[in-house]
Ligand binder design. Structure first.
Ligand code: NA7
Length: 539
C-alpha cells in the first residue's frame, strides 16, 4: 500500500487516555519511545471521564483500585471514601496526568477511525476523525472493555419530546431533574447505582427492568485514616498478594470447602458475614465457598440468601419478587454493588415496571409505551450498557496483513493469544483484550500487568533490532481453546451476559474474558517470556 499524506511519525500510538492509556504512556516513556495517545474525550480518565451519571462509583475498594506505577504516588494520594466516586477517580486520573507531565503526548477530542498495516514498511497507518495520519511501529489499544455505548434501537426515539441520555455520556454540567418525571431503562450495575440517587432528585422515577440483578450493599463510608495509613505502610505486601490471587485483589483466596458440605446455619453465617462486611469487598459473598461459581446447587444457596435479603428489605412483596433474580446463577452476571437500591422501591415516587412481562414497544413523543401501558416522561435515561470488549476494538476499523479486517477475523467472536495480540495484526497490542482476565478481576491490577508485559516485549524488540511481533496461529488456537474450556467448567455461560456478548443483538455468543484467575494468567504470561516469548514470532 502507498503511504497516505503523512502528518506525523511516532514509535507508538496508544488509543485511550484512561488508566490503561496513561500507564502505557508512562511505561513507554521509560524505555525512550516517542508516543502519541489518541483520546476521544476532552480529558483523561476513560471510564471515569465518561461515566458521570448520578451515583457513579467503582465497585472495587479504593485502596485496591489504584495504580502501582510510582511508590510516592500511592503514598501521597488519599482516597476520601472506601468506594471511590467518579469525581474522585477522575481527579486521580488528572493528578497522574499532571504529576507525570503526560498531557503533552495526548491528543484530546480525537477519535481513531482507521488503522491499516503497511506490510512493505512494517508500520501502522492510523487515521483520525480530525484528518490526521500518523505512522507508527506499535499500535496499542487501551480503549477499555466498556467504552462503546449500547443505545437500544427503540422505534420512535427520534420523536421523543423530552431529553434522553445514555448514562455513559452524561453531560459534564449535570442535568437538573428536579420536579421531572424520569424513566430509566436498565438495571445492571449502572442502573442499580443511579436509581437511588435519581429517586431523591426527581418527581417520579419509573424503573424499566428487563432482568433483575443480584446486588450487595457497598456499605460505602468515609475512609478511616488509620486504615489508610496502615494499608500504605504495607502497600508493597498488598501489591504482591494482588499479583498472585485469582481476583487481582489483596484478598484471601476462597476456602476449599463446598457450600454443600456445611450445615445450613454455617452456610448462612458465612453469607451473613459477607453481606454485613461487604465494605471490604462485595465479592466476598461469592467467595465464601469453593464451588459457588461452578456448582449450580451450591450457587443456588447463595442466590437464595440474596433473594431473602431482597424480600426482607422491599415492603411490597410483589415488587420484591420482581426484583429477585431467578433466571441466572448469582455471579454469572457481574454482581452489582449498591447504596440503598432495594430500599428505593419503598419510596412512593418510585415504580418498578417489568418490561420482561410487558415489553417496551416504542418511544412516543410524550414518553415510552410498553405493550400494555403508556408512561409519560420528561426525561429518559438509558443505563443499557456497552458493546463490551470487542466493541471499542472493532470500531477502529483495523486492517491487518493481506487486507484482513479485524471485523472479519473476529466474525465468529474474538480470537487472541493471551488477550494481548491476534494473528495477522503484527505489533498490535491490546491492553485487557478479550481472552485475558480483565473484567473478571481487579482492573487496575490487570491493566498494570498488561502494560508492563507490553512494555517489556517492546523493549525486547527494540534491543534485539526486531521489526514485528505476532502470535503463532497454533498458540492462538490453543489459547482460545483453553479460554473456552475454563469457562465451560463454570456456570458463566448460563447467563445472557455482556461477558458473552448476549446483550447486543446479532453479536456472536462467545465467552470473552479469561475466567482461569488472574494469578494463573499472570504466571502463564511470565512463563511465555521466560521461554523466549513462546508462541510469538518475531521478524
Ligand atoms: P449492563 O450490565 O449491560 O446492564 C444493562 C441493562 O440494560 C440490563 O439491565 C439490560 O437488561 C438492560 N437493557 C439493555 N437493553 C435493553 C432493552 N433493549 N430493553 C430493556 N432493557 C435493556 O450495563 P451496565 O452499564 O449496568 O454495567 C456494565 C458494567 O459496568 C458492569 O458490569 C460493571 O462492570 C461496570 P438485560 O439484562 O439485557 O435483560
Amino acid at each position: 500500500m502507498s503511504a497516505p499524506g503523512v502528518v506525523s511519525h511516532f514509535d507508538a500510538v496508544v488509543v485511550g487516555a484512561g488508566f490503561a492509556g496513561l500507564t502505557m504512556l508512562f511505561r513507554l516513556r521509560e524505555i525512550g519511545l516517542s508516543v502519541r495517545v489518541i483520546e476521544r474525550g476532552s480529558g483523561v480518565g476513560g471510564t471515569w471521564f465518561w461515566n458521570r451519571y448520578p451515583g457513579a462509583r467503582v465497585d472495587v475498594p479504593s485502596m485496591h483500585y489504584s495504580l502501582a506505577i510510582d511508590p510516592n504516588l500511592e503514598q501521597d494520594w488519599n482516597w476520601p471514601e472506601t468506594f471511590s466516586a467518579q469525581a474522585d477517580l477522575e481527579r486521580y486520573a488528572n493528578h497522574i496526568a499532571d504529576r507525570f507531565h503526560l498531557r503533552s503526548d495526548i491528543q484530546f477530542d480525537t477519535t481513531l477511525i482507521a488503522a491499516t498495516y503497511d506490510e512493505d514498511r512494517n508500520r501502522w497507518w492510523v487515521g483520525t476523525d480530525g484528518g490526521d495520519t500518523i505512522e507508527c511501529k506499535y499500535l496499542i489499544s487501551a480503549a477499555g472493555c466498556l467504552s462503546a455505548t449500547n443505545v437500544p434501537d427503540f422505534a420512535g426515539l427520534e420523536s421523543f419530546g423530552g431529553s434522553w441520555y445514555h448514562t455513559s455520556r452524561w453531560p459534564r454540567e449535570g442535568v437538573d431533574l428536579t420536579g421531572k418525571v424520569v424513566g430509566i431503562v436498565g438495571t445492571g450495575s449502572t442502573g442499580i447505582q443511579a436509581v437511588p440517587v435519581l429517586a431523591e432528585q426527581v418527581k417520579h422515577l419509573y424503573v424499566f427492568q428487563r432482568t433483575a440483578n443480584f446486588s450487595v450493599p457497598s456499605k460505602n463510608k468515609k475512609m478511616d485514616p488509620d486504615f489508610q495509613r496502615d494499608w500504605k505502610t504495607h502497600y508493597d505486601d498488598h501489591r504482591k498478594v494482588a499479583r498472585l490471587t485469582s481476583s487481582g485483589l489483596s484478598w484471601p483466596e476462597p476456602p476449599t470447602v463446598s457450600a454443600l458440605e456445611v450445615s445450613v446455619e454455617e452456610r448462612n453465617r458465612v453469607y451473613e458475614d459477607a453481606w454485613i462486611n461487604s465494605s471490604y469487598t462485595p465479592l466476598g459473598l461469592l467467595r465464601g465457598f469453593s464451588d459457588i461459581a461452578t456448582n449450580l446447587e451450591a450457587n443456588e444457596t447463595c442466590a437464595e440468601f440474596v433473594r431473602n435479603k431482597i424480600r426482607q428489605i422491599v415492603k411490597d412483596q410483589q415488587v420484591a419478587e420482581l426484583l429477585c433474580p431467578k433466571d441466572h446463577p448469582i455471579g454469572t452476571k457481574r454482581i452489582c454493588v449498591d447504596d440503598g437500591y432495594y430500599e428505593t422501591f419503598n419510596r412512593p415516587n418510585v415504580t418498578l415496571v417489568d418490561v420482561r412481562g410487558d415489553p417496551i414497544a416504542e418511544v412516543v413523543p410524550t414518553g415510552l409505551r410498553t405493550t400494555a401501558t403508556q408512561y409519560d416522561l420528561d426525561v429518559l435515561v438509558f443505563a443499557t450498557g456497552f458493546d463490551a470488549m470487542t466493541g471499542p476494538l472493532l470500531a477502529m476499523n483495523i486492517v491487518g496483513r493481506d487486507g484482513l479486517t479485524l471485523r472479519d477475523k473476529w466474525n465468529a467472536g474474538p480470537v487472541t493469544y493471551l488477550g494481548l495480540q491476534t494473528v495477522g495484526f503484527p505489533n498490535l497490542f491490546m491492553i485487557t483484550g478479550p481472552g485475558s482476565p480483565s473484567v473478571l478481576a481487579n482492573m487496575t491490577t490487570c491493566i498494570e500487568q498488561h502494560v508492563e508485559w507490553v512494555r517489556d516485549a517492546i523493549e525486547h524488540m527494540e534491543h534485539g533490532g526486531l521489526v514485528t511481533m505476532e502470535p503463532d496461529a497454533e498458540a492462538e488456537d490453543r489459547w482460545v481453546h483453553h479460554v473456552n474450556e475454563v469457562a465451560d467448567f463454570t456456570l458463566f455461560k448460563q447467563a445472557d451476559s455482556w461477558y458473552l456478548g448476549a446483550n447486543i443483538p446479532g453479536k456472536p455468543r462467545v465467552f470473552m474474558p479469561y475466567v482461569g484467575g488472574f494469578g494463573n494468567y499472570r504466571a502463564k504470561c511470565d512463563q511465555v517470556v521466560e521461554e523466549n516469548y513462546a508462541g510469538f514470532s518475531f521478524t
